[in-house]
Design a protein around this ligand. Structure first.
Ligand SMILES: Cc1cc2nc3c(=O)[nH]c(=O)nc-3n(C[C@H](O)[C@H](O)[C@H](O)COP(=O)(O)OP(=O)(O)OC[C@H]3O[C@@H](n4cnc5c(N)ncnc54)[C@H](O)[C@@H]3O)c2cc1C
Length: 586
């Protein structure tokens, strides 16, 4: 029997995956496109993005300003050619999205409204109230339906990349409903599988964000780049990690310690200026400093005993009361709903308890500016990729736009690759898929006598990464984390499932996801111990200074049978030589 084969096979139906599918549908109507997603596309994590998407649109802004903010925010670890391409294409993509139906919020005069966002020194974040990701994904999803060559494999879980003749030629995927393992061919394959926040215990990320695509590429020999850079968002709800969007601070919310004091004024984040003053477009507000600095300030505040102790660890207050009900309901209605529904607090009358929470992986699959990886035929875009525009610290609202710009760029190059290359060797990949099916059967479904559970290994992975690779790190703790992750990989070999059926076997899926998480965690911990400097979100208490001489470089983690091999490659500098990261004095 033949297997399904596409010209371009996209893994992931979130913002990046759907933008890529539309680009091929529009620009290469003769190519067949497959979109494989482990959840129905509208359930991808993009749907939960609230705050907005950055792009220069106002006359007081400039492309160079957006580049500079992104590069300095990244602590100079971003590739500047990629940032320039990103910033140039961002406004076109956001306007295009409106033409596809995304209802951007408006100013009273009808022009697109923009709000301030952390680390952006000028207002440039487009938004659709505080449901931006939902509206973006909806616009993309409905647009993708227009293109007949798009074949969707919803609720298919990809377990392996099929590499033949030195080229990626497809994937194996479990059809979740039946448990059947399929080979799906692709002359080129684009990974758009999102982030890996779930490797940490306390995260804003949906349960599906386990680093799948990163691990798939890593196992196929492609390095993972800058994995040590993990973004903590300063305002998550204690206990659940549910995000209170930065838009809440963008609209004027302030952070208070246990004494009701606006503590960020004690840290180097610049003074606050009135946010709604049209005469003051340049923002220097404390709460709108970059996320790494704000999360670090929380830890310092905690060390000084000025945070509030709660059932789920220490927290501070996010106070929105001065904004008033009218503004809260118009600009950030979802924040009010979230606080009311999940912790029983109405922010119109009471401050919201918040603490830093793992939010985003700056690192990911090493790609060039067009999403190409070192493995011919394999491309990556979106959060699972590291292009890199985010360097050591992503600025909030750059990610949603990144999905659009690099989803499209990767799609075009992947389409070109598919056109130029010979057909997929169906026999060869079918054979590999049969081997993968056998692995799943013997290592998981039919295995007996194993002594380990998914829950135990996952909890231990979460705990060791939190302990060693959190907001502040040091050599001793990181080395312990590295050793623990290797040990956990061994223990994973002893895993025992209780569900041996094929239909909707979520336990099997969780086991395979845990295996991906172990790979992502390994690359993270080993990259972090090797980077003996502090930069952006990677803060080493034993190496507190940034060290451009030795570390103005991307790290690359290569999988081996033992510890990963860590290598480095240069950062692309075009027009902005490395400088000090200054907030408030530009
Ligand atoms: C709560 C929250 C709020 C955010 N708010 C903002 C914001 O306001 N602005 C901003 O710029 N960024 C924001 N971000 C970040 C941004 O939303 C994400 O980085 C981005 O949406 C990721 O999109 P993606 O297309 O790369 O992946 P996702 O949207 O995560 O999609 C991944 C896709 O891959 C599929 N997939 C994964 N693994 C497999 C597998 N093994 N087999 C088959 N399919 C697979 C999934 O089914 C899914 O379709 C936010 C993130 C969170 C968590």
């Amino acid at each position: 029997m033949g297997i399904p084969v596409h010209d371009v096979l996209i893994v992931g139906g979130g913002g990046a995956g759907l933008r890529a599918a539309i680009a091929i549908g529009e620009e290469f109507p003769d190519l067949s496109i497959g979109v494989v997603s482990k959840v129905y596309p509208m359930r991808s994590h993009t749907v939960s993005a609230e705050g907005g998407a950055a792009g220069v649109i106002k006359p007081n802004d400039s492309l160079d300003d957006h580049c500079y903010d992104t590069i300095s925010g990244a602590d100079w670890l971003a590739d500047q050619d990629a940032v320039e391409a990103f910033v140039n294409e961002a406004p076109k993509e956001l306007i295009q999205l409106e033409h596809w139906g995304c209802p951007w919020s408006r100013e009273p005069d009808g022009s697109v409204a923009v709000r301030p966002f952390g680390g952006m020194k000028i207002r440039r974040t487009w938004f659709a109230a505080d449901k931006t990701g939902f509206h973006m994904l909806h616009a993309l999803f409905q647009t993708s339906l227009r293109y007949k060559p798009v074949v969707r494999y919803d609720e298919f879980f990809v377990t392996k990349l099929l590499v033949n003749d030195g080229r990626c030629q497809g994937v194996t995927a479990i059809e979740i409903r039946t448990g059947e393992v399929h080979a799906i061919g692709g002359k080129s394959v684009i990974l758009c599988t999102g982030g890996a926040g779930r490797i940490f215990p306390f995260t804003t990320n949906a349960a599906i964000k386990n680093g799948d695509g990163m691990a798939l590429a890593y196992r196929a020999g492609v390095p993972l780049k800058d994995m040590e850079f993990v973004q903590y968002h300063p305002t998550g709800l204690p206990g659940t990690g549910i995000l209170i969007t930065e838009a809440a601070r963008g609209e004027g919310g302030v952070l208070l310690n246990k004494d009701g004091y606006r503590y960020l004024q004690d840290y180097e984040l610049g003074e606050a200026l009135p946010l709604d003053s049209p005469d003051h477009p340049r923002l220097r507000a404390m709460e709108l400093g970059p996320r790494d600095r704000l999360s670090q300030a929380f830890v310092k505040e905690q060390e000084r005993g000025r945070t509030i102790q709660g059932k789920y660890g220490d927290y501070v207050h996010l106070d929105l009361r001065h904004l008033g009900q009218k503004k809260i309901d118009k600009q950030i209605p979802f924040v009010r709903d979230t606080a009311k529904n999940y912790i029983g607090i109405d922010p119109v009358y009471e401050p919201i308890p918040v603490r830093p929470v793992v939010h985003y992986m700056m690192g990911g699959v090493d790609t060039d500016i067009d999403g190409a990886t070192s493995l011919p035929g394999l491309f990556a875009a979106g959060e699972c990729a590291c292009v890199s525009i985010n360097g050591a610290n992503r600025l909030g609202s750059n990610s949603l736009t990144e999905l659009l710009v690099f989803g499209r760029r990767a799609a075009r190059v992947a389409a070109g690759f598919a056109i130029e290359n010979p057909a997929v060797d169906e026999d060869a990949i079918r054979k590999q898929a049969a081997e993968e099916e056998e692995r799943i059967r013997s290592c998981f479904l039919e295995r007996t006598g194993g002594s380990e559970t998914i829950a135990d290994i996952r909890t231990d992975l979460n705990t060791t990464l939190d302990k060693g690779a959190g907001i502040y790190r040091n050599e001793g703790a990181l080395k312990e984390t590295c050793a623990t992750v290797l040990e956990l990989k061994k223990r994973f070999g002893e895993i025992q499932l209780t569900d041996r059926t094929r239909t909707f076997n979520t336990e099997l899926q969780n086991a395979l996801e845990l295996e991906f998480m172990l790979d992502a965690g390994e690359a993270l911990a080993f990259s972090a111990v090797a980077r003996t400097e502090s930069r952006g979100s990677h803060q080493r208490t034993d190496h507190p200074e940034r060290n451009d001489e030795d570390f103005l470089k991307h790290s690359l983690a290569y999988r081996t049978d033992g510890e990963p091999r860590i290598d480095y490659k240069d950062v692309v500098i075009t027009r902005w030589p490395p400088g000090e990261r200054v907030y408030g004095k530009r």
